[in-house]
Write a protein that binds this ligand. Structure first.
Ligand code: SF4
Ligand code: SF4
Length: 222
């Protein structure tokens, strides 16, 4: 999932202060899972903003709304009228959702309340860890389903740097060495031979350097 964290209250206040009516729009998927942009977080933010603007005097009126996904057009239909009846939108979606909403409303200011962070997993309640960079050419087969790109500090593709201590990364002793994890897992699976296979170098041009990526599926097009 995509993870995100909320911007500071001051940064958010500075963005919306000049407006009269602001729609505060949440997203019920990834950013709700990471407790940054769901219905509950919308309510918390509106309450904090209302209090802050009350203390300093002035500030816009705020309306709360949350849709299932702001990155999927059909759910943005639900925001059509509310967006039109407000002079700005503060979106608690990830960067993809904020831009999708802005694309539909060329005449409205759509502001991000969150900083989008990484692709990752919910490791435990309150803990989210990065584990995939979306490289576009998954090679987890070779690495025992442990990604050296998303989890090795140096994104080494062909083996460890040799600097780990007691299974911990040399760049941060709090973090496990991804290559130690890969080797231990493949060893446990009796599949260390996979590391002897010659696999294609990581084609970074799939991820960057050619502008936004696109997936087009004719079978999904109505
Ligand atoms: S190889 Fe790693 S970065 Fe690439 S898609 Fe697979 S998990 Fe993601
Ligand atoms: S110690 Fe391990 S995780 Fe850290 S940079 Fe070296 S190979 Fe990567």
């Amino acid at each position: 999932m995509i993870t995100a964290t909320r911007k500071s209250l001051d940064e958010i206040k500075n963005m919306i202060r000049p407006y009269t009516r602001v729609l505060v729009a949440g997203c019920g998927s990834c950013v709700a899972e990471c407790a940054a942009g769901g219905e509950k977080e919308v309510a918390q933010l509106v309450s904090a903003l209302s209090m802050a603007f009350k203390i300093e005097g002035g500030g816009p009126s705020l309306t709360e709304v949350t849709v299932d996904r702001q990155c999927v057009n059909i759910f943005l239909d639900e925001l059509e009228d509310p967006t039109r009846s407000h002079d700005a939108v503060l979106s608690l979606a990830c960067g993809a959702g904020v831009q999708a909403l802005a694309e539909r409303h060329a005449d409205r200011n759509i502001f991000p309340a969150l900083d989008t962070q990484f692709l990752g997993q919910t490791k435990s309640p309150g803990l989210w860890l990065e584990n995939c960079l979306g490289c576009g050419q998954c090679k987890l087969f070779y690495f025992g389903a442990i990604c050296p790109l998303g989890r090795c500090a140096k994104q080494l593709f062909n083996g460890p740097c040799g600097g780990s201590q007691n299974g911990k990364c040399e760049t941060d002793s709090e973090k496990p060495c991804a290559w130690q994890l890969i080797i231990d897992r493949l060893d446990g699976l009796g599949a260390l031979n996979r590391l002897e296979e010659i696999y294609e170098p990581c084609d970074w041009s799939l991820k960057q350097g050619r502008g936004p990526r696109k997936i087009e599926r004719e079978d999904q097009q109505s």
